[in-house]
Design a protein around this ligand. Structure first.
Ligand code: MBD
Ligand code: FE
Length: 239
């Protein structure tokens, strides 16, 4: 019997619930790539080790990234995807990229987990209206991404709107980060944008967390691009 990927997934979810996924008992292993005899053009790839990546080094002057307030709108458990916003979301498209580094080793950290969350272009979080909470398992303008073997991450999003905090007070555009890597202290921080007119009046912003966006022409339009490197402090030794 042949079972589609989707059935494996749905069957596992329905049978066990998302907290304890179990593969159905009659599932077969996915065909190993070592048996690609019908696809000789893929054999070299199947046999190849991961490419060697030359190590990058953190400048000796770099300091651990400063923390910043968590805010009221974090949700644990966002899906892994390299796009924060839904398809065709309103707003100026933005690409953010960077590396996660260990302050102790000055080396990039592979497999660090970044939780990213933000307001949409109208300044709304998916969970900021208690009368209209998001469905369980539905995450809008939130993602998790992993760093690759060079510590690199990137995500696509849109420029966040300012968030209204009172009759005439706003938070400047910002993107929340929670960065976690075993052996390092979890970092809760935020990213801000140079030139935002609301930066000056914000009570939480820190100068070291402001990046400069560069315009880039893509297809028929212009997007914003920015770089945000994250430097983590080693966790204190356990007593
Ligand atoms: C926010 O989005 C936020 O990040 C903080 C710190 C306070 C209110 C709204
Ligand atoms: Fe916020």
């Amino acid at each position: 019997m042949s079972i589609s990927r989707r059935e494996l997934f749905v069957g596992g979810l329905a049978a066990a619930g998302a907290s304890a996924l179990t593969l159905r008992a009659d599932a077969l292993p996915t065909l190993p790539s070592g048996t690609l005899k019908h696809y000789p053009e893929f054999q070299a790839l199947a046999d190849a080790p991961l490419p060697f990546v030359p190590p990058a080094a953190l400048p000796g002057t770099a300091k651990p990234t400063e923390d910043n307030i968590l805010g009221p709108y974090f949700r644990e458990g966002a899906p892994y995807r390299a796009k924060v916003t839904p398809p065709l979301a309103k707003g100026v498209p933005m690409l953010i990229r960077g590396r996660v580094w260990g302050f102790d080793t000055k080396k990039p950290l592979a497999g660090a987990v970044l939780d990213i969350w933000q307001a949409d272009a109208d300044g709304r979080y998916d969970n900021d209206d208690p009368r209209n909470p998001p469905a369980k398992g539905v995450y809008v303008n939130r993602t998790r991404v992993l760093t690759d073997e060079t510590g690199y991450y990137e995500f696509e999003t849109v420029h966040p709107g300012a968030y209204k905090t009172g009759p005439d007070t706003w938070r400047p555009a910002h993107i929340h980060y929670l960065v976690r890597k075993t052996g390092y202290t979890n970092l809760v921080t935020q990213l801000y944008f140079k030139g935002d007119p609301r930066n000056a009046a914000d009570e939480f912003i820190k100068a070291s967390l402001i990046i400069t966006l560069e315009p880039a022409k893509v297809g028929g339009g212009t997007i914003e691009t920015g770089v945000f490197d994250v430097v983590l402090s080693a966790a204190p030794p356990k007593k």
